[in-house]
Design a protein around this ligand. Structure first.
Ligand code: GLV
Ligand code: MN
Ligand code: MN
Length: 410
């Protein structure tokens, strides 16, 4: 077999992407398949069906991760391609899904060419990468790679009060395979960039060098609800005020620190949430990210100190809960080189770059050689139904993925 002659079939890959994208499709475009929802179940069933058609041996582990194995000449840890098929509440059809379906495309190419690889190959999707319904994000891969306790993950309650364990059982994906039952020889993930860099620079492929650290904190604030007209300003204990101040301060911290520091308050909830009532309760989340651990800790410290100081001045009680905390991860430079070289050999423009988004790959990186291939996101838009990557860009990324995976398989 001459590896150079193997070509991915873009129509087949894009056909699957479109078909999966029809499950949970939103009226104006995009998709809603929150982790462990009915739509997630339907998406899972479709992908598992494709895995079986391709002859993969499918296993589901206790946190609902699904892996399809294609044996090789020798046993041992499989070269693994993975990502996720859950989405945010109003997301695009590419985020995560592309990586999983490109993995299936690699299998299809090998099957069609009758290739028996030296090492086994696994293609999988990991439960709840997004973390929008259940925190933390990357839950399935974190459990799989030993960074999150299984029982703790199963007990997590989502934004609707249901637990991971209940919802896994309900959708039929509370599997029996042990979560620590297999280690990967190496791990690969093709993903849309979800940011503007590749497009702005007119570069076709990103060789990802690492993933920035992620810190999610939820603040539950309790004050005193009272009349908006009769309560003098000096007598207020306004939970809504602190939530708003946190949102403004998060942005100020990121602006002042500069560099890669980003800060987002994506969720604010006030009670009773009425025009003429001082909010007695507020809930707010803060998402801080930085490529440097020390700087991420500085942002966290500044945020925590601000919350404490401002709460005390307003007479508020605050409960703080860490929803997710992952340190920045650096990928094996040999693997980054291999992506860069493969892309260049295929005639694509390529640049090394960090990832701003979280990915299942960051859970594998400490345990095995790991590589990510990025393709451009049109206008840098993601976590939005308007997320788009052209078929040509997808074809280029999948071809690079095939090339780098083959190097480990043969
Ligand atoms: C997960 O996809 C994240 O980066 O928030
Ligand atoms: Mn993703
Ligand atoms: Mn995402």
């Amino acid at each position: 077999m001459n590896a150079e002659t193997l070509r991915i079939d873009l129509d087949r890959l894009h056909g699957r992407l479109d078909e999966l994208g029809r499950i949970g499709a939103l009226p104006g475009g995009g998709v809603a398949r929150l982790a462990l929802s009915d739509a997630d179940r339907e998406g899972r069933d479709l992908v598992v069906g494709w895995m079986r058609e391709l002859g993969l041996q499918v296993s589901v582990d206790r946190i609902g991760n699904v892996l399809g194995l294609r044996p090789g000449e020798s046993a041992g840890p499989p070269v693994t391609i993975g990502s996720h098929i859950d989405t945010v509440k109003a997301g695009g059809i590419y985020d995560g899904n592309l990586g999983v379906l490109a993995g299936l495309e690699v299998v299809a190419v090998l099957n069609d060419a009758g290739v028996v690889t030296r090492r086994p190959l696994a293609v999988g999707f990991f439960t709840n990468e997004e973390g929008s319904r259940f925190a933390p994000d990357m839950m399935g891969s974190a459990v799989h790679q030993g960074f999150l306790d299984l029982e703790q993950a199963l007990a997590v309650r989502g934004i609707d009060g249901k637990s991971v364990a209940e919802e896994l059982a309900r959708i039929g994906y509370a599997g029996e395979a042990p979560t620590g039952g297999f280690r990967a020889h190496s791990y690969f993930e093709l993903h849309v960039e979800q940011g503007p860099v590749l497009e702005q620079e007119g570069v076709q492929i990103g060789a990802v060098e690492g993933v920035q650290g992620i810190s999610w904190t939820e603040y539950s604030i309790r004050g005193v609800s009272n009349h908006a007209g009769t309560t003098p300003m000096r007598m207020r204990r306004d939970a809504g005020y602190l939530a708003a101040a946190i949102s403004v301060e998060a942005r100020a911290i990121a602006r002042e620190m500069g560099g890669d520091q980003v800060a987002t308050t994506g969720h604010i909830q006030l009670k009773p949430n009425l025009v003429n009532v001082i909010p007695g309760e507020a809930l707010i989340t803060v998402d801080l990210r930085n490529t440097y651990e020390a700087l991420l800790q500085e942002a966290e410290r500044r945020m925590y100190e601000f919350v404490e100081r401002t709460a005390a001045a307003e007479g508020l009680e605050v409960r703080q809960r860490v929803l997710a905390r992952f340190e920045p991860v650096t990928f094996d430079p040999v693997m980054v080189d291999s992506v860069e070289r493969e892309a260049a050999n295929l005639g694509y423009s390529v640049r090394r770059m960090p990832s701003g988004a979280g990915h299942d790959a960051q859970m594998f990186a400490p345990n095995c050689p790991t590589a990510m291939v990025f393709v451009p996101s049109v206008r840098g838009i993601s976590h939005n139904p308007a997320e788009f990557t052209t078929p040509e860009q997808i074809g280029a990324g999948a071809q690079v993925l095939l090339g780098v995976v083959l190097q480990q398989l043969m």
